[in-house]
Design a protein around this ligand. Structure first.
Ligand code: ATP
Ligand code: MG
Length: 256
């Protein structure tokens, strides 16, 4: 049965999509069967996986509103060796349409049951908000991976996310836990980043992943080629870090 993880942080541009796409490809390197679910109407994880979001007949939107099931909507990533349940701007409408639908927070969880046995990992790329879409992700998941930059304001906002996770845990999904904080876009030459990183370790202990993702331009270039950084240049420092993170995740799930 798949372990299901949300990559979430309501702050925009912190590296959620880069983490979801490259963790998917990194896990595939370790021979894991992975489904990436794009839960963001921006569709960046879809495009970054080499799937044209405009060409899809069925996406996570059709799944959430009940027009499609997941097996009919899943497509293989262009490269990277994993599957994709894509998203495009249609998904923005789901927020409003779901309000009228019963059990609107658990639509994704119910739909995923049909494919859980086919994968080792299901990774959900959340949008930069604590919306009904993110709530669907949190209700479907066993755990949350929180990418964050080691900046002064990084911890602001973390409180809101942690409180949301606690509420979901208490009311809707007792399995949900924080798997870990992932330091991304890290530049060791910046003293402040090193300080914030040390603070995170002393404050959150082993909830901070050992792997640190460096700032690496190859990771930023890869999406324009429709391929994960891990595949685009597997010798780049960023790619090596995400493959190492894949190994760390495989190890962590054994202790869940
Ligand atoms: P959003 O909140 O809009 O969904 P996000 O949290 O998914 O954003 P990304 O899209 O992954 O964030 O990253 C934001 C930008 O930072 C992108 O241009 C991406 O290419 C770049 N980026 C992410 N991680 C790295 C890294 N380790 N090194 C260099 N650039 C990075
Ligand atoms: Mg994103």
């Amino acid at each position: 049965m798949a372990k299901i993880f949300c990559v979430a942080n309501q702050k925009g541009g912190v590296g959620k999509t880069t983490t979801t796409v490259n963790l998917a490809a990194g896990l595939a390197v370790h021979k894991q069967r992975v489904l990436l679910v794009d839960l963001d109407p921006q569709g960046n994880a879809t495009m970054g996986s080499g799937v044209d979001k405009r060409s899809l007949d069925n996406t996570v939107y059709q799944v959430l509103v009940g027009i499609s099931d997941i097996p009919s909507a899943v497509v293989p990533a262009g490269s990277g060796g994993y599957d994709v349940l894509g998203a495009n701007r249609e998904l923005a409408g789901a927020e409003i349409e779901l309000v009228a639908i019963a059990q609107r927070e658990t639509r994704l969880r119910s739909a995923l049951q049909a494919v859980e046995a086919n994968y080792d990992f299901i990774l959900i790329d959340c949008p930069p908000s604590l919306s009904l879409l993110t709530l669907n992700g949190l209700c479907a998941a066993h755990g949350v991976v929180i990418p964050m930059q080691c900046e002064y304001f990084a911890l602001e906002g973390l409180t809101d996310l942690v409180n949301t996770i606690k509420r979901v845990h208490a009311g809707l999904n007792p399995e949900l836990k924080i798997i870990g904080l992932l330091r991304v876009m890290f530049d060791p030459r910046m003293t402040l980043q090193q300080q914030v990183s040390d603070q995170l370790e002393s404050h959150f202990g082993d909830k901070v992943f050992k792997t640190i993702i460096p700032r690496n331009v190859r990771l930023a270039e890869a999406p324009s080629y429709g391929t994960p950084g891990v595949v685009y240049d597997r010798t780049a420092r960023g790619a090596i870090a995400y493959v190492a993170f894949g190994a760390e995740m495989v190890e962590r799930v054994q202790n869940l």
